[in-house]
Design a protein around this ligand. Structure first.
Ligand code: EPU
Length: 442
């Protein structure tokens, strides 16, 4: 297993380009199953989740050819409809092949999806929608697989009981080739979904966002191949913005996604950070003394759950008491004990919530007994070196940022979680002046 050895205290300064969005690339790769013609995707981030998705597609009869950030996917004639347990369990998005496989093969066998361990992460909303479209899906606990069949998928009107980003995409990927029109109500608004829609429309699909939270998909008999360039990763931008602020540095993002980061920019500026937008670039810095700002996570266009972990590091450097209320996932504070090892002053609490069953985005029945949905951070604190362990992707970025801001040499274990979603993270941070190296600790 590799670890990072990080010497903190150096301001990060310079320019950097965002990699392609992980949360589009994975679904764009799944979209290749909807056509027999070659699909060429550019701007694909070179991360482990993408490599795993490539393996998964190869197992389903696709040839996946990488040429740096461009990937060509073509049919190689060995069609299959089963995702192996070991592979599916390592990749949350593995279940998204359900739609294309049901639409084109009438059958799919997929394991319970894995990925980041940030709560129970069930797919009940995805399954409910697919069943409404005519699929017969059952979970076989004896082998750990979902077994799905559909003679044909039929367009329906389906209203999601609560927001789901990949659930919305899963149903879009199923509905494009269904017979008739599908209307998805209470559909998620994440802009990554609109990038996937643009890709599918470029392949001949007929999808429109008919209202802010409504998507209409007119089924078509077939899709063709083509070429598409994936949008840059706005979650990376947040990571680099906070890296600049907590190290007292200044980082320019050359392909900034600032127009999709309103909630973040609002909170960042309130906290005293500066974000200077100039055309396609945004330059981030701390702007002097930082002050505490409370955030509550929410689906887009709110303050995204992916940003709260790095936000916690920023708040350790801000004056006052800041709260973070996590409303999307039922357990996404795995970084808290690790940040405390570095000297952060953080305590858990239960904010009063009137209708928790409705307010929280997760299924209320999945809440973890004794778990608290919010933290309070007292700052500013002087962070010092520690040996810390990463347990999920954004928590990982958070601990790296904390180590970069801390005094002394820190050891970060579990960086395979970071490799899942950040391309060449250490190389890019080093280019900005960070003192960190990856070492292999057998
Ligand atoms: N949920 C259910 N049942 C469902 C679907 C969702 O209970 O059928 C719950 C989830 O467990 C969660 C909440 O509803 O508590 C919201 O889940 P959502 O489906 O919106 O999240 P996701 O699709 O699983 C995607 C991203 C996440 C990102 C969230 C929020 C991908 C591959 N993942 O997850 O990204 O945090 O949306 O925008 O697109 C990451 O990049 O590290 C990451 C975790």
């Amino acid at each position: 297993m590799d670890i990072f050895v990080i010497r903190g205290g150096t301001p990060l300064v310079g320019s950097i380009a965002l990699a392609g969005a992980k949360n589009v690339a994975l679904k764009a790769l799944v979209a290749s199953l909807l056509t027999d013609e070659p699909l060429i995707l550019s701007g694909v981030p070179l991360i482990r989740d993408v490599a795993l998705m490539g393996e998964l597609l190869a197992g389903l009869g696709r040839k996946v050819i990488f040429n740096e950030h461009t990937v060509r996917i073509e049919r190689d004639g060995k069609d299959s409809f089963q995702v192996p347990l070991e592979l599916g369990a390592r990749l949350r998005t593995s279940s998204m092949v359900l739609g294309p496989l049901l639409a084109r093969r009438g059958e799919a066998i997929i394991p319970n999806p894995g990925g980041c361990r940030i709560g129970a992460r069930p797919i009940d909303r995805h399954i409910e929608g697919l069943v409404k479209m005519g699929a017969d899906i059952s979970y076989h606990s004896e082998d750990g697989y979902f077994h799905a069949r559909a003679k044909k998928l039929t367009g329906v009107t389906y209203e999601f009981p609560k927001n789901t980003h990949t659930g919305t995409e899963t149903l879009i990927l199923a509905a494009v080739l269904a017979e008739g029109t599908t209307v998805l109500r209470n559909a998620a608004q994440e802009i990554e979904i609109d990038d996937l829609i643009a890709l599918l429309n470029s392949m001949g699909a007929q999808i429109t966002r008919s209202d802010t939270r409504e998507i209409t998909i007119k089924g078509v008999p077939s899709l063709h191949g083509g070429a598409y360039s994936i949008m840059p990763d706005r979650n990376e931008e947040v990571t680099f913005a906070i890296a600049a602020a907590v190290t007292g540095g200044r980082i320019t993002i050359t392909n900034s996604q600032h127009e999709h980061l309103e909630a973040f920019l609002d909170a960042f500026r309130k906290a005293g950070g500066t974000a200077e937008v100039e055309g396609a670039t945004t330059t981030y810095a701390s702007g002097g003394a930082l002050t505490a700002v409370d955030v509550t996570t929410a689906p887009h266009p709110g303050f995204m759950t992916d940003w709260q972990a790095p936000w916690a590091v920023l708040m350790t450097q801000a004056k006052g008491s800041a709260t973070i209320h996590e409303a999307v996932f039922e357990s996404r504070f795995s970084y808290v004990p690790e940040l405390k090892k570095m000297g952060a002053d953080i305590s858990f609490f239960d904010p009063p919530v009137e209708n928790p069953e409705v307010f929280y985005n997760y299924n209320w029945s999945d809440r973890v007994p004794g778990f608290h949905p919010a933290i309070r951070i007292a700052g500013p604190t002087h962070l010092h070196n520690a040996v810390v362990n990463i347990t999920d992707l954004r928590a990982g970025a958070t601990l790296v940022l904390a180590a970069l801001a801390a005094q002394g040499e820190s050891y970060v274990h579990g960086i395979e979680h970071l490799d899942r979603g950040y391309e060449a993270f250490e190389t890019r941070l080093s280019q900005l002046g960070a003192q960190l190296k990856r070492i292999n600790e057998e």
